[in-house]
Design a protein around this ligand. Sequence first.
Ligand SMILES: C[C@](O)(CO)[C@H](O)COP(=O)(O)OP(=O)(O)OC[C@H]1O[C@@H](n2ccc(N)nc2=O)[C@H](O)[C@@H]1O
Ligand SMILES: Nc1ncnc2c1ncn2[C@@H]1O[C@H](COP(=O)(O)OP(=O)(O)OP(=O)(O)O)[C@@H](O)[C@H]1O
Length: 303
Amino acid sequence: MTAADTAGLAAAQAQAPAAGAGAAEFAPAKVNLYLHLRGRRADGYHLLESLAVFPRLGDRLWAEPAQRLSLAIDGPFAAGLPADGGNLVLRAAARLAEATGVRSGAALRLEKSLPVASGIGGGSADAAGALRLLARLWGVQVPEGLALGLGADVPVCLAPRARVMSGIGERLAPAPRMPEAWILLVNPLVSVATGAVFAALERREGPPGPPPPPAGFADFAGLVDWLAAQRNDLAPAAIRCCPAIGEVLEALAPAPLARMSGSGATCFALHADRAAALAAAARLRAARPGWWVAAAPLPADPG
Ligand SMILES: C[C@](O)(CO)[C@H](O)COP(=O)(O)OP(=O)(O)OC[C@H]1O[C@@H](n2ccc(N)nc2=O)[C@H](O)[C@@H]1O
Ligand SMILES: Nc1ncnc2c1ncn2[C@@H]1O[C@H](COP(=O)(O)OP(=O)(O)OP(=O)(O)O)[C@@H](O)[C@H]1O
């Protein structure tokens, strides 16, 4: 599948009606445009500040009413993912049923299009998508705090729009007004465990500052200029765990802005428009056929 196909498919998925009875939900990837470490809590979790955005690219979930909970997985990254209680989709479903006293189940289907353990929140996006889907199907609200109990990235994925995250990920503030842009995501198809990257940190707190993001960016150049002065403080440790990340960043370097997302190994490049993103994707696919390369629009967000 070409990057253009991938982008088109993701956009189509976002709008497609539910297949058959029941309900459907799109679970977009989460990309950390910057990630600053701010220290560590007594329980070992790290405090951070990050601008998370959600390109039109992700996994897809369906649910149909059923007596018990079940999960079927398909899609390009289904292989090797547990379909039992180890899957964040079923874990989220079970916790929601328990917390709200729901006695019925659901037959869930996950189409896994995002690489696993890749720094773009795939499991968190799926867990959050399952919570949205089942809350609708069962007619319940997601209780406060339930998302965070499933993972630090699940709260931001619950209402997937651009947000400034802080705390360990549970404090969410409006993002700056974002201009339209295209994003290119590249993963060397090496999975990276988030906990291992945090454990490999040499510095648990980044340098002080810079000041918080402005209220908005007038255009793409303004976004890129501001982001260029930010960092992903997890990148040095992630590159030590997975040297291929360094190769990906080198390959993306000609882009206006390139950086690692989350704990890696996925890196992103920002492009002003579709043509530039698809041209860069085509060049990368030809040069590195073993890498996952996907391009998608980054919706302008009112903040
Ligand atoms: C790096 C980010 O992707 C940035 O958005 C997230 O902070 C990670 O979120 P996540 O994958 O949902 O992480 P969790 O599943 O909650 O945690 C996995 C492991 O990462 C470490 N961890 C995670 C988040 C955080 N703020 N501090 C941490 O130290 C902890 O060792 C934890 O045991
Ligand atoms: N539905 C799911 N999708 C992906 N991974 C899942 C899922 N359910 C359970 N997991 C497990 O969760 C772990 C983390 O996967 P995930 O894709 O969320 O990592 P990540 O992309 O690094 O996330 P983050 O950016 O939030 O750190 C993997 O080891 C995987 O086996």
